[in-house]
Design a protein. Structure first.
Length: 634
């Protein structure tokens, strides 16, 4: 079978970038053609100006209209063995129409923002597509985030409606979700409606007039809904992501360019053959990877996907391999942290299973170390399936740097080269491209269709964060190098953003949470190297004077602070370690020297300490870390 991408695709895009993207846009169904491909007034881009389309029609209706209604869109597999459901494109069409009608009945209008706080169930996809269908931008919030994190997102983008569940299943047991929403909404006066999907059947508190059951409101609706086409630049969603400030940024994505980008990359990077492939992206829908490569990209391409509610855990080490064998999965897309976990459990776990259906393996979220790359290729891919290491960000909307199966000779650990029509480069401090064999900062030198259209409600931050470091180029916040062949290798963040298990977590956000605790005076957070999670969160904390030494130095207090962070932000932000110290290492001008704390956390020799005010501080912190390590082992 020939690969979707032929070598000419690079030349074609290089010859005329805009013509290439126009060709990609024509893979979609437009109600009205665009007049102008790109209007670019740095740093604001508009793509396919004048064009009109409906994202939900592109993801659902057109496949049904083409006679593919019986094709499975999702094989949904719930957390436990008990739940399984196949959702065809025709099912999806009926449900999305009903949900869209229900939202309209609840008074939602185009342009209203809707928050979705839901786990990995088909209704989450239905809810997103129903929002898109009526032009109401969605904000999906990861179901593991705290009430406070949910509230700040709802307030920041002014949501009036929240769609959620009564509870969710995780590793075989149920956990409440609606109470978290209730808590969040105690200070969100604009939220008028909460639509609740019944998932666990557990009792939940009910606010009359505000709360409605999904099955009562949605199921009675007509299965027909005439979708209206929206402007190519109509907002599709806002996705919050951590930056270098304490407050997460609302990244805005619009419709036409985004859908063009995610569907084209999904088609080429995964070499998708919709008739025969069974595709599985194992991310959570609530992250950008889920939005682009579980929902919008695959559905726009008419793919059959796996939607799996669970995550790999030690009690169920061969679950993934069972699923792959059973469903004859052909394409698997996951994160290096998961690969390293599966690798730790050993190849014996997968040996009993027939994984020969797999033909493409994808990686995303953090740099993949060559060892994990080789294990993935050898054991999961039977030394046969190519690995595509895909670099991109919430802000880029879709994949930007990647090998293409059938064309590129991939190197273990390298993301290789820009996707056709994308211009990535590596520059030095002055913004000059570095020669082959050198490292620097990753930039994007031309606008691309899936790019963010701004930070919700904060233009200045948009300019400052991405467009001020290097003139005329987008600064990604990542370090990178070009090897002797000019191929690209990603080297991790160069700012205060950590990458823990492929999740972006801001050091500042955690410091903010810690100093919000009544006993904490100061906090400094760093990412330490971790063999499984890539980075791990280590916090150094000084306490307020009212806290007695015995309390501060007890293990229980450190534990309390770890739990405090989990409660304020969510369990994914819980520090691996909290070290209480009488002082933080500071420069003479009073700046915390995080660089030294990183050295300490990694157990390295300290770098340059000449600017350090008091050198005894670092010795003391090292001792504390050693004590804690001993206690843990003992
Ligand atoms: C990192 C996830 C190296 C990078 C899609 C980026 C990667 C951040 C890769 C974005 C990769 C993502 N190799 N690093 N293949 N993919 N990253 O917004 O630091 O959650 O800036 O988007 O993850 O994370 P985000």
């Amino acid at each position: 079978m020939t690969a979707n991408a032929q070598p000419e695709v690079y030349e074609e895009a290089a010859r005329d970038r805009l013509a290439f993207w126009e060709k990609m846009a024509r893979r979609l169904e437009w109600a009205q053609q665009w007049d102008t491909v790109l209007e670019w007034e740095l740093p604001y881009a508009k793509w396919f100006v004048g064009g009109k389309l409906n994202a939900s029609v592109n993801c659902v209706d057109r496949h049904v209209a083409a006679g593919r209604g019986d094709k499975v869109a999702f094989h949904w597999i719930g957390d436990g063995e008990r739940d399984r459901r196949d959702v065809t494109y025709a099912d999806l069409h009926r449900q999305v129409c009903q949900a869209a009608n229900a939202l309209l009945d609840l008074g939602v209008q185009a342009g209203d923002q809707i928050a979705i706080y839901m786990p990995m169930i088909p209704e989450t996809v239905v809810a997103m597509l129903a929002c898109a269908r009526i032009g109401a931008p969605h904000t999906v919030v990861f179901c593991g985030f705290s009430a406070e994190a949910l509230r700040s997102r709802i307030l920041d983008c002014g949501c009036r409606v929240v769609i959620t569940v009564d509870g969710q299943f995780r590793r075989g047991s149920s956990a409440p979700v609606k109470p978290i929403v209730d808590d969040a909404l105690t200070a969100c006066p604009d939220v008028r409606r909460v639509l609740v999907v019944r998932r666990t059947g557990n009792d939940v508190a009910w606010t009359a007039g505000r709360d409605r059951w999904w099955h009562e409101v949605v199921d009675e609706q007509s299965v027909q809904h005439e979708a209206q086409a929206f402007d190519a630049e109509h907002p599709l969603y806002i996705m919050y992501t951590s930056g270098t400030t304490a407050k997460p940024k609302g990244i805005l994505h619009t419709t036409g360019g985004y859908l063009t980008h995610v569907s084209a990359t999904h088609h080429y990077v995964f070499d998708l053959k919709p008739e025969t492939d069974v595709y599985w992206c194992a991310a959570d829908i609530a992250w950008v990877t889920g939005h682009s490569y579980i929902v919008y990209g695959p559905l726009a391409n008419g793919a059959t996907s796996i939607l799996y509610e669970g995550t790999p855990h030690p009690g169920d080490k061969d679950r993934w391999w069972k699923l792959i064998e059973h469903h004859k999965v052909t394409i698997l897309y996951t994160a290096p942290t998961t690969i390293r976990t599966l690798m730790k459990w050993g190849a014996e776990e997968l040996e009993p299973y027939d994984l020969s259906s797999l033909r493409i393996l994808g990686s995303v979220g953090e740099p993949i170390n060559p060892e994990a790359w080789i294990w993935y290729h050898t054991h999961v891919g039977g030394s046969r399936a190519p690995v595509v290491d895909t670099w991109w960000q919430t802000e880029t909307g879709g994949i930007m740097i990647t090998p293409l199966p059938g064309i590129s000779e991939a190197k273990p650990g390298a993301a290789m080269q820009s996707f056709p029509g994308v211009s990535a480069d590596v520059v030095d401090n002055e913004g000059k491209p570095v020669p082959n064999g050198s490292g620097g900062f990753l930039v994007l030198t031309e606008p691309w269709p899936g790019m963010l259209r701004g930070i919700w409600g904060d233009d200045q931050q948009y300019r400052d964060t991405y467009w001020s470091r290097f003139k005329g180029a987008y600064f990604a916040g990542d370090g990178a190098k070009k090897d002797e062949d000019g191929d690209l290798w990603l080297l991790g963040r160069v700012d205060d953003v950590m990458n823990v298990s492929g999740h972006r977590i801001s050091t500042t956000e955690i410091e903010h949470a810690l100093v919000g605790h009544p006993s904490v005076a100061e906090a400094a957070v760093v990412g330490a190297s971790d063999a499984t999670t890539g980075q791990a969160i280590v916090a150094f904390v000084t306490v307020r004077s009212h806290v007695a030494d015995e309390v501060a130095n007890g293990e229980r207090f450190a534990e309390e602070l770890r739990n405090h962070v989990a409660a304020v932000i969510g369990p994914i932000a819980k520090p691996r370690q909290v070290i209480i110290t009488p002082e933080l290492p500071k420069t003479r001008s009073g700046k915390i020297m995080r660089r030294l704390l990183r050295d300490i956390a990694d157990g390295r020799e300290l770098g340059d300490v000449t600017t350090l005010l008091d050198a005894t501080v670092t010795d003391l912190i090292r001792e504390r870390m050693a004590d804690r390590a001993e206690e843990r082992e003992g």
